[in-house]
Design a binder for this molecule. Structure first.
Ligand code: SF4
Ligand code: SF4
Length: 149
């Protein structure tokens, strides 16, 4: 793995991060991979407890991250620009927090030094979500949940 600067998540603005640091900032929660339904008239976003078929339900990681856009054209990469546009990222998202100049939570793997703390703190999609794989699109409304954040 490319070298990461010490405490880069504390004292460096997002715009100054290297690609490796940008990727490492993700907490691995999987919450951005929840399937969402959009009201075609109001454009309001509704969450389901389905997750993208590429998400590994147990690890909460994308199973084909490098190639994901080819398989899932709807996947929105988190970049400096899309951070300005995407309204459905959870308040706990590390990119959102750092964009607001706020510190990461103690459960963030970069802070704790343990990848599992995001799951132990019940922040991630582990344990309460279902893969959309095999679920007919007409049934997605059956999985609607109240705002999970
Ligand atoms: S919500 Fe943010 S921190 Fe969590 S997996 Fe998605 S991009 Fe990473
Ligand atoms: S393609 Fe990968 S990163 Fe994109 S929503 Fe699906 S699981 Fe998440």
């Amino acid at each position: 793995m490319a070298e990461l600067r010490a405490k880069f998540w504390e004292n460096l603005p997002l715009a100054d991060l290297t690609q490796a640091e940008w990727e490492a900032l993700c907490d691995g929660c999987g919450l951005c991979c929840l399937v969402k339904l959009e009201d075609e008239y109001t454009h309001k976003i509704y969450f389901t407890n389905l997750v993208c078929s590429l998400l590994d339900i147990e690890s909460c990681n994308c199973s084909d991250y490098g190639n994901r856009r080819a398989e899932m054209p709807d996947c929105r990469p988190i970049t400096l620009q899309t951070l300005e546009e995407i309204e459905w990222l959870p308040p706990s998202c590390a990119y959102r927090l750092r964009r607001q100049g706020r510190p990461l939570f103690a459960w963030h793997p970069l802070v704790s030094g343990d990848k599992d703390t995001v799951h132990k703190a019940n922040i991630s999609t582990r344990g309460w979500t279902v893969s959309e794989k095999g679920v007919p699109i007409d049934d997605y409304e059956d999985y609607l949940i109240s705002d999970p954040f």
